[in-house]
Design a protein around this ligand. Structure first.
Ligand code: RFL
Ligand code: PHB
Length: 389
C-alpha cells in the first residue's frame, strides 16, 4: 500500500491530523493498535482550549460539542477555607469548553468513513523503517497478515508508550523528564457536579479536583502515593476524602453515586527533542507528557497537530519542504510553555512528601499573591485558556 502520510495511533491526535489532511486532499492512513471501542473506553481529558475547539470548528465537526459541551468562563483554586476564582473570561475575553476527550474522539471516529479517512484498527507489530530518508515505510500485522505501507512522511501519534519516538536514533534525540511522587485517583459518576465551575484544592491531606463532563456526570480526582492500589479505594472512601479535601462548602453540595470508572494515573513531565527526525514527525503524548493539573495534554496534542497539518499541507500542496523542517522548533516553543504552566500549577496545588514548612509557606504566599493581584490572575487565566498558536 502507498500513501502520502502514514499516521501511527488513532487517539485524538492521530484522528484530528487525519481529518485535517483529508480536508485538504492529502492522502493518509491511520494505524491503531486497539479497537475503536477500547480507544473510547479511556476516560481522560475534560477541558478543551480555544485552539482545540477551533480545529473542530474548522472541520465542521463541532455540532455536538456546541450542543452538549459546557463553556466555562472561570475556575477556582481552593486553599483551606479560601476559594480564589480565576475569571478567565473577564481577564482574557475567552473561555474553555468542558467536553470529554471520549466525546471528541467519538466525533472524529464517526466522521471518518464519510470523509474517506481510513483508520485500520487492531494492528500489531507496528515498526518504522528508513525514516532518515525520503521514502520511509511502516510494517504491521493485521488479521494475522504481515502488511507494509510506503509513505513520504510518517507521523507518530502513538502516545507515550508507542514505537515512533523510539525509532529516533539515541544520539539524535534527548528526553527531559520529571516524575512526581504521586498519582491522581480519578472517579467518574453519574451525579450532578458539586459546583458549576472546576475547583482545584490544596488541602493538608492532599490535592483534590472537582470537575465534570455534563450537568449530570461528575469527574473528581485526589492525589495518592504511587504505592496505592485502586482495590483499596472503595467508592465511599473516595467520596469521604473528596469531602474533606474540597472543603465544607463544596462538600455540602457533593452528590455521591457509584463509580462508572475508577483508576490511578501517575504524574509526569516529559519532553522529547527534537519532534522531527528525517521523515518522522511526533505529535501529542508521543513527544511530551504534562501532569494533568493544567488540563494541557490533549490541547498540546491539538496544537502540535495544527502545526504538523500546516507543514504537511505546505509540503504536499505547494512543494514547500521548509515547513516540515521548521515543525519541531515551532511545536516545542509552545510545548515548553505549557510544560512550565502545568509544572508550576502542580507545585502550587500539591503537598510533596519532601516539602517542609518553608515550601508550604511559599505555597501560601503565592496563593495570597494570586488572590490579591489581577496581574497574577491574568497570567494564570491566559495560560489556562491556552496560549496562541
Ligand atoms: P493517546 O490518547 O495516548 O493516543 C495514542 C494512540 O496510539 C495508539 N498506539 C498505537 N497504535 C499503533 N501501534 C502502536 N504500537 C501503538 N501504541 C499506541 C494508542 O492505542 C492510542 O489510541 O495520545 P494522543 O492522541 O497524543 O492524545 C493525548 C491525550 O490523550 C492526553 O494528553 C490527555 O488525555 C491528557 N489529559 C488531559 N489533557 C487535557 O488537555 N485536558 C485535561 O483535562 C486532561 N486530563 C489527561 C487528563 C490525562 C489523564 N490520564 C489518564 C493520563 C486526565 C487524566 C487522568
Ligand atoms: C477532567 O475533567 O478530567 C480534568 C479537568 C481538569 C484537569 C484535569 C482533568 O486539569
Amino acid at each position: 500500500m502507498k500513501t502520502q502520510v502514514a499516521i501511527i495511533g488513532g487517539g485524538p491526535a492521530g484522528l484530528l491530523l487525519g481529518h485535517l489532511l483529508r480536508a485538504e486532499g492529502v492522502d493518509c492512513i491511520v494505524l491503531e493498535r486497539q479497537s475503536g471501542d477500547h480507544v473510547l473506553s479511556r476516560i481522560r481529558a475534560g477541558v478543551l482550549e480555544q485552539v482545540t475547539v477551533g480545529l473542530m470548528e474548522r472541520l465542521g465537526l463541532d455540532a455536538r460539542m456546541k450542543a452538549e459541551g459546557l463553556p466555562h468562563g472561570g475556575f477556582n483554586l481552593a486553599d483551606g477555607e479560601r476559594l480564589i476564582r480565576i475569571d478567565v473570561a473577564g481577564l482574557t475575553g475567552q473561555s474553555v469548553m468542558v467536553y470529554g476527550q471520549t466525546e471528541l474522539t467519538r466525533d472524529l471516529m464517526e466522521a471518518a468513513p464519510a470523509r474517506a479517512l481510513e483508520v485500520i484498527y487492531q494492528v500489531s507489530d507496528v515498526a518504522l523503517h528508513e525514516i532518515d530518508g525520503d521514502a520511509p515505510y511502516v510494517t504491521y500485522t493485521c488479521d494475522g497478515q504481515a502488511r507494509r505501507v510506503d509513505a513520504r512522511i510518517v507521523v507518530g501519534c502513538d502516545g507515550f508508550h508507542g514505537p515512533s519516538r523510539r525509532a529516533i536514533p539515541e544520539q539524535v534525540g534527548r528526553g527531559f523528564e520529571r516524575v512526581y511522587p504521586f498519582g491522581w485517583l480519578g472517579i467518574l459518576a453519574d451525579v450532578p457536579p458539586c459546583n458549576h465551575e472546576l475547583i482545584y484544592a490544596n488541602h493538608e491531606r492532599g490535592f483534590a479536583l472537582a470537575s465534570m463532563r455534563s450537568a449530570t456526570r461528575s469527574r473528581y480526582y485526589i492525589d495518592v502515593p504511587l504505592t496505592e492500589r485502586i482495590e483499596d479505594w472503595p467508592d465511599d472512601r473516595i467520596w469521604d476524602e473528596l469531602a474533606v479535601r474540597l472543603g465544607p462548602d463544596a462538600a455540602a453540595h457533593i452528590t455521591r453515586g457509584p463509580a462508572i470508572e475508577k483508576s490511578i494515573a501517575p504524574l509526569r513531565s516529559f519532553v522529547f527533542e527534537p519532534m522531527r527526525h528525517g521523515s518522522l514527525l511526533l505529535c501529542g503524548d508521543a513527544a511530551h507528557i504534562v501532569p494533568p493539573t493544567g488540563a494541557k495534554g490533549l490541547n498540546l496534542a491539538a496544537s502540535d497537530v495544527h502545526y504538523a497539518a500546516q507543514a504537511l499541507i505546505a509540503l504536499f500542496r505547494h512543494g514547500d519542504g521548509d515547513a516540515v523542517a521548521g515543525y519541531s522548533g515551532k511545536a516545542l516553543a509552545r510545548v515548553w510553555k505549557s510544560e512550565r504552566f502545568s509544572w508550576s500549577l502542580t507545585k502550587l496545588m500539591h503537598r510533596f512528601p519532601e516539602d517542609g514548612p518553608f515550601e508550604r509557606r511559599m505555597q501560601v504566599a503565592e496563593l495570597d499573591y494570586i488572590a490579591s493581584s489581577e496581574a497574577a490572575q491574568r497570567a494564570i487565566a491566559e495560560n489556562y485558556v491556552g496560549l496562541p498558536v
